[in-house]
Design a protein around this ligand. Sequence first.
Ligand code: FMN
Length: 231
Amino acid sequence: MKITVVYGQNHKGSTYHIARMLAEKLDGDISEIFLPRDFGEFCVGCAKCILHDAKDCPHAESLQPITQKLDEADVIILASPVYVYHVTGSMKALLDHYGWRWMVHRPEGSMFRKQAVCIATAAGAGMKSTCKDMADSLWYWGVGRVYQYGTAIYAINYQHMSDKKKREIENKTTALARKIKARHGKIQPSLKTKAFFTMMHIVRGRKDSQDADAAYWKQQGWTGSSRPWKD
Ligand SMILES: Cc1cc2nc3c(=O)[nH]c(=O)nc-3n(C[C@H](O)[C@H](O)[C@H](O)COP(=O)(O)O)c2cc1C
């Protein structure tokens, strides 16, 4: 099993420790991406990725190795500390660069068979909205199964965390890893995803649909009977 972990921060605090703990419990090959160390660009809003080709993004060269690691993964873990109730700016800046990959545009077929986990840690509050920031992108990328784990640390850093909290994290990551391993290779997207995809299949298959998105959907065979979650 291949696991790609994207950290919304460079430092190795609570968020890092929890995400890394989960990744190790999955017993696979782990690739790690630290933000902004490995990608620190802001979207400039040219929309060339959406309107034409992701290769035309001014940051295409530095984005490509990250895209490759996401595509190769069976499990994607997006992890961010809560900063003012949301993901870090670095995580948001990366996710902005994948607007073209949303199901309404040009989703990557392998996403529909992947699993993903959003992890957020806070001092006290904001985990739900932060997990949602990441889960929104994962769902619209088409990821077949998305789990969310947000936890309040109630401590300045990982070392100061209570024993009770550490036990809770151990138990939660063990349970999550067990579920992910049991479902590995058997993922089917939810009915909601399939329904949304079908809607887009109709839109992209219309005769007057002539843009880059429509060309991509036709090329994939998705305007016909082919579906990314079927063999
Ligand atoms: C800029 C900034 C904003 C923060 N905003 C929140 C917040 O909205 N709610 C909260 O409970 N904690 C907030 N915190 C605290 C962190 O989310 C918390 O300490 C987290 O566990 C840090 O994770 P780390 O150890 O991986 O850096 C904030 C911290 C920083 C530096």
